[in-house]
Ligand binder design. Structure first.
Ligand code: UD2
Ligand code: MN
Length: 570
């Protein structure tokens, strides 16, 4: 009996061992397989292709105009080149013709505040610079790489990792590799060609997996680094490994490639809109405004940042289920703050970026990846405040397209992250919450079923406060609040009286005056600075409402969906 039992146990043990070994083998093989699926092989050069590439490159190099664009000055071509450049701007949102004629290693002037030179940094950390790209112009990618090489002391640069997100452009499948092998042989540059397009989030993850430096610095593929850009970043991370840093991002003009700055001491930090977009905001705290040491930033734009490599993984890297483009920057920003890190802008580190008016590339299946990715982050990080995002995107709220969130929710628990309310209270207290601590909010209607409407005003514009037929369902264009301070506002836009009569939506300035309104219990919205009332009299559908002499008329009665009676004036 006893013997039988021992034998049985042995058989069991063997079976379990065999099972474990098989499992291990399956894992190893599938790992190998995924890598094989992700990356294609290195470039193999035979005599023939070498000759072809060399000829292409020398032809290309011969056309470069020496000193064009030096110091970051605006540059212009003449005749046909100028015309072609204009055309390119419309197709690629970038003057590709000019870029191809400009030296790849142009020297920029030092854009920093002069006082930055006083700081002496001596970091010990080495960085891996990761540049991802999909169908970017080769000369722009190379200018990014050259600027990193020229502006980074070699003892601080572990490597440059390029991740090609399965570009289809011919130059990026061979010629770029050949350039690096022949012209940049002395530098440690690795290029990973992904077999299938993964989107920018997963492409960055592939780069991070390959990186070995102490610090990861991510750059878009159309950037130029300037003098001493890396030292203050590395030094700050050495001081605090939980600090995630962004340089000041200057503008490289897409039409003439000028390096332009907002002066040497004024800069903005990152905010967000409830529709889930990144925005630039002014620094609120007076003391921080002209600081040269790192300044707190509620969010980051996403393309250019430095992070301790281990901290990147510890704090949850990226949401690997985010596709395409968009959303990852706010996800990472909220996560960093809520889970114990800090996000800062470093004023003495400056990098230029070509801001393009539109995406020059298309997305597979035309999916709204920005919306879907933002829905993911809203569910995971924003607690109840996600209602404000889903008011903009109701179709995404319970939509299976958003995908499974288990892992990200587990991550939040594992890291014991703080609430979104904590983030708002402590990191971004100036952020306006349209339905909290307000006098009234929602649709604002007259007795004639006409509603206040932003008339689809773009985020960065000033325009009339409009009147439009009330939509049967809540539409964000008709959502307004009267804030505690008496602003009649929509997110960052406040209704302001101009010329005593016109009412415009314009950036909130917080100084009352023409942006100050009193909402009375009888439904009038009164502006004391001009002694007038908000009126819809004589305004057509799609027209702008007016500030009018106050009188007893239904045209001056407004009803909000939700009111806080106690906060209203009698
Ligand atoms: C901003 C960020 C960008 C990213 C994005 C939100 C800055 C200056 N830029 O948009 O880095 O955070 O917001 O997602 O902060 N790319 C791929 N595969 C793709 C699509 C793009 O590799 O499928 C590359 C692209 O070539 C570029 C980078 O990703 O190098 C960022 O794309 P972008 O420059 O079009 O994004 P941008 O600057 O408008
Ligand atoms: Mn970019």
């Amino acid at each position: 009996m006893l013997m039988k039992c021992v034998r049985l146990k042995r058989i069991h043990a063997r079976l379990i061992l065999a099972l474990l070994v098989t499992l291990l083998l399956i894992i190893i093989v599938s790992k190998l397989k995924t890598n094989e699926n992700l990356e294609s092989g290195q470039l193999v050069l035979d005599n023939n292709s070498t000759q072809i590439f060399e000829k292409k490159l020398t032809d290309y190099e011969r056309r470069i105009i020496p000193n064009l664009g030096d110091n970051g000055d605006p540059s212009f071509l003449e005749g046909n080149d100028a015309k072609e450049g204009e055309k390119a701007l419309k197709t690629f949102a970038l003057n590709t013709v000019l870029s191809d004629r400009m030296p790849l290693n142009r020297k920029l002037r030092d854009p920093r505040n002069k006082k930055c030179k006083r700081f002496k940094y001596n970091p010990k950390l080495k960085t891996s610079v990761i540049v991802i790209f999909y169908n970017e112009l080769m000369s722009v990618i190379l200018r990014t790489i050259w600027s990193v090489i020229l502006q980074t002391p070699s003892h601080l640069l572990k490597e440059i990792i390029l991740v090609d997100d399965a570009s289809t452009e011919e130059n990026l499948n061979g010629l770029l590799d050949y350039y690096i092998e022949t012209r940049l042989r002395n530098y440690n540059i690795k290029i990973i060609h992904l077999k299938h397009r993964l989107g920018l989030i997963r492409a960055r993850l592939q780069g991070a997996r390959a990186a070995q430096g102490d610090v990861l610095i991510f750059l878009d593929a159309h950037c130029e680094a300037t003098e001493d850009w890396v030292e203050p970043l590395l030094s700050r991370i050495e001081e605090d490994r939980t600090a995630v840093l962004v340089p000041i991002i200057d503008v490289i003009e897409a039409n003439n490639l000028a390096y332009s700055t907002n002066g040497d001491s004024s800069f903005q930090v990152g905010g967000f809109s409830w529709s889930g977009h990144f925005t630039w905001i002014d620094i609120q705290n007076e003391e921080d405004k002209h600081k040269l040491t790192p300044v707190k930033s509620p969010t980051m734009a996403g393309g250019l940042f430095a992070i301790d490599r281990n901290f990147f993984w510890d704090i949850g890297s990226y949401d690997e289920q985010m596709d395409g483009w968009g959303g990852e920057n706010l996800e990472m920003s909220f996560r960093i703050w809520q889970c114990g890190g800090r996000l800062e802008t470093v004023p003495c580190s400056r990098v230029g970026h070509i801001f393009r008016d539109f995406h020059p590339y298309s997305f597979p299946d035309n999916k709204d990846t920005h919306g879907i990715n933002t829905a993911r982050l809203a569910h995971v990080w924003m607690d109840d405040y996600k209602r404000l995002f889903f008011m903009h995107q109701p179709g995404l709220e319970n939509n299976p397209i958003v995908g499974d969130l288990t892992h990200r929710k587990q991550l939040r628990q594992k890291l014991r992250c703080k609430s979104f309310k904590w983030y708002l209270d402590n990191v971004y207290p100036e952020k306006f919450v349209p339905d909290e601590n307000v006098v009234a909010h929602g649709q604002v209607r007259t007795e004639f079923e006409m509603c206040l409407d932003d008339l689809q005003l773009a985020d960065d514009k000033v325009g009339p406060l409009g009147l439009y037929q009330c939509h049967p369902h809540m539409a964000m264009s008709q959502y307004f609040s009267i804030s505690e301070k008496g602003e009649l506002r929509k997110e960052n836009f406040c209704s302001e009286v101009f010329n005593e009569h016109d009412v415009q939506l314009t950036e909130c300035h917080g100084h009352k005056r023409e942006q100050y309104w009193v909402y009375h219990k009888n439904g009038t919205i009164f502006n004391p600075s001009v002694n007038r009332c908000l009126s819809s009299e004589g305004v057509e559908n799609g027209g702008g409402v007016k500030a009018d002499i106050c009188k007893d008329t239904l045209y001056q009665r407004w009803k909000f969906d939700k009111v806080n009676e106690t906060a209203m004036a009698v």
